[in-house]
Write a protein that binds this ligand. Structure first.
Ligand SMILES: Cc1cc2nc3c(=O)[nH]c(=O)nc-3n(C[C@H](O)[C@H](O)[C@H](O)COP(=O)(O)OP(=O)(O)OC[C@H]3O[C@@H](n4cnc5c(N)ncnc54)[C@H](O)[C@@H]3O)c2cc1C
Length: 597
């Protein structure tokens, strides 16, 4: 089976680009962004990814997960892998030092986590839940969670889950019915069922800490009545040691399309006396608190898309270098060349590579903006950056995950018939990729969030500020030797996006018609934002300091990827802008019978 190697050149290059941005702001982040340390960490992570993560990717896919007498068993190799993972301290890489982490920038950790997602997505979901849960507990600023919870979550000694979904409450969390009954000692008892809970039960850690959305008695209906609870698999005794098993039981596992090694559990809370739980934060504020975990998880899923897309590209590239088939156009008929030389296969490889680099730049930059916002002292600048993060988050989650799913299918196409055969590994990549646009909020929900909670609410101002940033890059292209021609293409894309956004904001159409084009809007803004980031890299690549990093050849390659993207991806924005401006009406006016026939 073809092997993965971390794209270290790409990672080092983006790190230099981000370092330059950090230096321009002159915040403490510039100091923290230690490139020597970054280079050392990614080499070590690559070794871990190749040597320890990769080997059980396929075996766990075949093994799946088993439920026997209430116990969930994952792939046998994962016990040792999990121990090695936590002993290496990977979970705490970008978590604050005061909570047991290493306090490195998030944008640093992006490269490392991308490797985990490329080499073993199903396994990597487990420690990622620890990071997201730690962020949620830290955000409460309540010292009671420090010991033992945060300490053990950050170290990975205990595992974490996120329990939102119920049979009737998927995208619509307002429909949550899990009940929380207050107890005399200040704790609560939970009753109800959660479904699709990733790693809801397993034997990899001695305890599992669930963060659960539930409703207090007499809670208001809808979102405002949700509270957040922490419920451990084993309740702690008075000495703080693991005590009785809590009343939380895994009653079934899902048989899934992809990420088959990760157990997806139905958990019943309160089969007998009720599951002991503790309120996290204020009553009825649960959704806002859970959003900290979900936002972290959404950034992680966008990054998972980068990892999956990189893996798809690498497998396709390796196959295309070896498979020989037919004569290549404009080459002598008797020249034996691999399929990578066929113009259409080359196009597919360029599409895979350029979009993956664009997605990577977008996701690392998103992490960088969060890092930077934490260090800015000027409140106005900080607000502006956080505003950018809020807009980019649904765009990155929506666009990158859809693109990764598409890219994994495109990579199967590069393989031809062999792509459909499991032994090549690309079929698993495609199966694994398909969950990304679904969990942590479907693309439809990301699009609804972008349009409803951001664009319509502030009359398109935040998106306009994003477009203004992209225009600055277009002007930089204008004055960059060799890239001048792409400046116009980027500017046209920005103009088309602006017209589309203004049409939505100023529209007299019904909201129904507007929401009918919210996903095309996400695709438009994602294609544009990814292009923006790739263009930034291309401009950076022309600078002598950048050429010194990986050599002039590499820098030229980045510029060519941008030129490919500008001619093959950006023109789609013009068509998408048309759909956004006028496509809603056709959805609204079509009789539902014609969609349901
Ligand atoms: C493998 C796997 C792992 C998971 N892990 C977890 C986990 O660890 N914890 C957890 O809590 N959950 C988990 N989930 C659940 C996951 O987050 C949900 O499946 C997801 O949020 C979608 O909810 P749903 O399945 O009920 O789909 P639905 O909400 O029924 O959506 C079906 C379709 O309708 C669309 N739709 C629904 N409402 C709207 C709307 N208002 N506007 C526009 N379109 C809409 C959706 O976009 C989608 O296309 C997991 C799911 C899977 C499959």
């Amino acid at each position: 089976m073809p092997m993965y190697q971390a794209p270290l050149q790409d990672m080092r290059f983006i790190a230099r680009y981000l370092k330059q941005q950090a230096m321009a702001q002159a915040t403490p982040l510039a100091e923290l962004f230690d490139l020597e340390l970054f280079d050392a960490i990614v080499v070590e992570a690559d070794r871990f990814a190749q040597g320890l993560m990769q080997p059980s990717n396929r075996t766990a896919d075949v093994f799946g997960a088993e439920l026997q007498a209430g116990q969930v068993h994952t792939a046998p190799e994962w016990q040792e892998l999990y121990q090695q993972f936590i002993e290496s301290g990977w979970i705490g890489l970008a978590l604050p030092e005061e909570h047991g982490g290493q306090g490195l920038p998030r944008s640093f950790a992006r490269a490392v986590w991308e490797m985990w997602y490329s080499t073993n997505l199903a396994f990597a979901m487990l420690p990622q839940l620890n990071v997201a849960q730690a962020e949620a507990l830290i955000a409460t600023a309540d010292p009671q969670w420090q010991q033992p919870w945060l300490e053990k979550i950050v170290s990975g000694e205990w595992a974490a889950t996120m329990d939102l979904t119920e049979p009737q409450a998927g995208s619509d969390l307002a429909a949550t019915t899990m009940r929380a009954e207050p107890q005399a000692d200040g704790s609560y008892r939970l009753f109800g069922q959660k479904i699709y809970i990733s790693f809801g039960e397993h034997e990899l850690a001695p305890n599992i800490v669930h963060l659960v959305l539930a409703r207090l008695p007499n809670a208001p209906a809808g979102h405002r009545g949700l509270s957040l609870f922490l419920a451990p698999k084993y309740v702690l005794d008075e000495a703080g040691q693991l005590g009785a098993k809590n009343d939380i039981n895994c009653v079934s596992l899902e048989d899934k399309l992809g990420i088959r090694g990760s157990p997806t559990c139905t958990l019943v809370y309160g089969d007998t006396q009720g599951a002991t739980a503790y309120l996290v934060g204020a009553p009825h504020q649960g959704l806002a608190q859970m959003f900290v975990m979900m936002n972290e998880a959404r950034q992680a899923v966008a990054l998972q898309a980068v990892g999956v897309s990189e893996k798809a590209y690498q497998l396709a590239k390796q196959f295309a270098k070896e498979r020989v088939q037919g004569a290549v156009v404009d080459h002598p008929a008797d020249t034996v060349l691999p399929i990578a030389y066929h113009p259409d296969v080359k196009r597919m490889l360029l599409e895979l590579r350029s979009s993956t680099v664009a997605m990577r730049a977008l996701c690392y930059s998103l992490g960088f903006f969060v890092d930077q916002a934490e260090h800015l002292t000027d409140e106005t600048e900080r607000e502006a950056l956080l505003d950018l993060v809020q807009v980019l988050l649904p765009i990155a989650k929506g666009w990158c995950t859809e693109k990764a799913s598409y890219n994994s299918s495109l990579a199967v196409q590069v393989f031809g018939g062999m792509g459909y055969i499991e032994e090549t590994g690309i079929a698993q990549v495609m199966r694994d990729a398909r969950i990304l646009p679904i969990f942590e909020g479907t693309t439809g929900i990301q699009a609804k969030d972008l349009l409803g909670r951001k664009l319509l609410r502030d009359q398109g101002q935040s998106v306009e500020r994003l477009l203004l940033r992209i225009e600055i890059t277009a002007r930089a292209l204008e004055s960059t030797a060799g890239l001048e021609a792409t400046a116009d293409v980027l500017q046209q894309a920005v103009t088309a996006a602006r017209v589309a956004v203004q049409a939505l904001v100023g529209s007299t159409d019904s909201h129904y018609a507007l929401f009918a084009v919210s996903v095309p809007l996400i695709e438009l803004l994602g294609t544009l934002s990814g292009g923006w980031q790739l263009a930034q890299l291309a401009v950076f690549a022309t600078e002598p300091q950048a050429q010194a990093v990986e050599g002039a050849g590499y820098s030229q390659g980045i510029q060519q990827l941008w030129q490919f993207y500008a001619t093959h991806e950006l023109p789609n924005i013009l068509a998408l802008a048309q759909v956004v401006q006028s496509g809603g009406e056709a959805v609204e006016q079509a009789h539902l019978d014609w969609a349901l026939i």
